[in-house]
Every structure is written in C-alpha cells, then in structure tokens.
Design a protein around this ligand. Structure first.
Ligand SMILES: [Fe+2]
Length: 270
C-alpha cells in the first residue's frame, strides 16, 4: 500500500530497510516476524541504522547543546531499585549496592522538531513497537519529562547492574563513548517464578558467564525485555560521551511518573 504523503519522520528513519509505515504489506509483516523472532531468541531486537546518519548527527548536536542544562545524578541502588534489605548479608543481591552516574535531558527540554520527538509522535512507530511486543495497543507516555529522554554518560559515568521495573524498554543510540559504555546483559536471569538470587549474585561477583555484550552502532533502535534480564552500561572513559535516548510506552493511556520519581530522575517535578 503506498502512502499519499511522506510521514513527518521520513527524514529520520531508513524506511527502505525498516518499513514501519507499511506494516500491513508483505514486507512489513515479514519485518515484524523477524523482529519478534530476534526478541524471543535473544531478549533484544536491535535494528542497526534505523535512524539515518543525518538525524543521528542532529541528535548529537542537540544533546551537546542541551548538556549544560542536563540533570546530573550519581547515586547507589540495589539491582531491584528497592530499599536495601538489612536482613541479608551485604553481598546478597537485595543488599549489594550498584552505582549509577549520568546526565539526563528531559522531554520538555528537547525541541519539538527534533528527530527523536518527531519519531516518537508518529503513530507508525507506536504500532510497530506494539506489533513486535504482541500488544493489542500501546500508548505514548503522558509524562512531560520522561516520555522521551536523552542520557549522556561522560568520563567515568555508568549505569549499574539492575532489572527494569517496566516489562520492556525502547532505546535509540546516538554516539559511543571513546572507551567503555558497553551494554551488558544476561537474558532471562530471573523469571516471574524465580528470583534466582544465586545467579544474580554470581554476576555481581564479576562472573561473566552467560553475559552478552551488545555492540550497538549509532542509529540503532533497540527493543529490550529488561524486567527479567540483568543489565548495565559499563563505565565509560574518554572525552567523548555515550549518548542515547530512552523512549517510553505503556499499556495505559495517561501514564506518568509520580512526582518522587520525576524528581529522582530529572531533579524536578512537573
Ligand atoms: Fe534498564
């Protein structure tokens, strides 16, 4: 089916390779099937070159221009983002502390005509993400800060080992750090039935068996099952920051962070 007019994000996505504007056609259906298969097999669906280079370059420029007004966090937390369990030994996963340090640029700081904002506003992308995740319907986040964010990891920054509280995450990569800043993950380390504390403890002790290190080039869109996969961004080094976006969807309309979480992630509540 041909489109009457080019979508408003036509200059952002490589639609020849990734036909998110034609999901009902033969190519679109085959594309979704391939994404589902990769997500099922590896816990992540990675689409390299999804965002075209010109748009990636603009995102890097915008992120660096916005960096002075970004919110810096540097704190420790457990892999569950829950309060430390004082009843277990300090090296138990419910107690062991992970460090996360990064800068965040909130949605309301990113210009509306930015490539990532125009991509996020497209119904085609929402439909595509829902189809890959086998959801009947997904909604864009209604959160003015968290719907689309940019994360910057500068020299020495990192995102400690953790499980996401949400079922899935969608990210777009813009720039690698000079060194480090790798995305490491252990797919399906826990499940709805088992927390597998022994397996989690082995990773926290530094055992790398079963860990996958993802290489993701600038422009890669990733759909990741992060609730059951333990994952981190390893410490970065060098002058060039790692820059990516996390874009948020949910199964309920009007999804927002509470004010406490907004303040924690962005240093203010809106
Ligand atoms: Fe995560």
């Amino acid at each position: 089916m041909s489109q009457a007019t080019a979508p408003s994000y036509a200059d952002v996505v490589d639609l020849t390779r990734y036909p998110i504007n034609d999901l009902d056609g033969d190519r679109g259906r085959a594309f979704i099937a391939a994404c589902r298969e990769e997500l099922l097999r590896t816990g992540v669906c990675q689409l390299s070159g999804f965002m075209v280079q010109d748009a990636v370059d603009r995102m890097v420029e915008q992120a660096i221009a916005l960096a002075p007004s970004a919110f810096r966090t540097d704190n420790t937390h457990t892999v569950y983002f829950e309060s430390t369990d004082e009843s277990v030994s300090p090296d138990h996963p419910r107690s062991a502390q992970q460090r996360s340090a990064k800068q965040t640029i909130a949605c309301d700081q990113i210009p509306m005509d930015s490539p990532i904002r125009r991509l996020y506003e497209s119904d085609d992308l929402v439909r595509f993400i829902a189809a890959v995740l086998r959801k009947d319907k997904l909604y864009r986040s209604a959160d003015p800060l968290d719907a689309v964010m940019i994360a910057m990891f500068e020299d020495g920054d990192e995102l400690g080992w953790h499980f996401d509280r949400s079922e899935f995450a969608v990210t777009v990569m813009y720039q690698d750090a000079d060194e480090g800043g790798h995305f490491d993950y252990y797919p399906a380390l826990r499940s709805a039935e088992s927390e597998n504390y022994g397996g989690v403890a082995r990773v926290l002790e530094g055992n790398s068996d079963g860990i996958i290190r993802l290489t993701s080039s600038p422009g890669t869109l990733a759909i990741f099952h992060g609730r059951h996969a333990l994952h981190r961004v390893s410490p970065t080094a060098g002058a060039k920051p790692r820059i990516n976006s996390v874009i948020t969807y949910g199964e309920d309309a009007d999804m927002r962070l509470n004010e406490l979480t907004q303040d924690l992630f962005y240093g203010r509540a809106e």
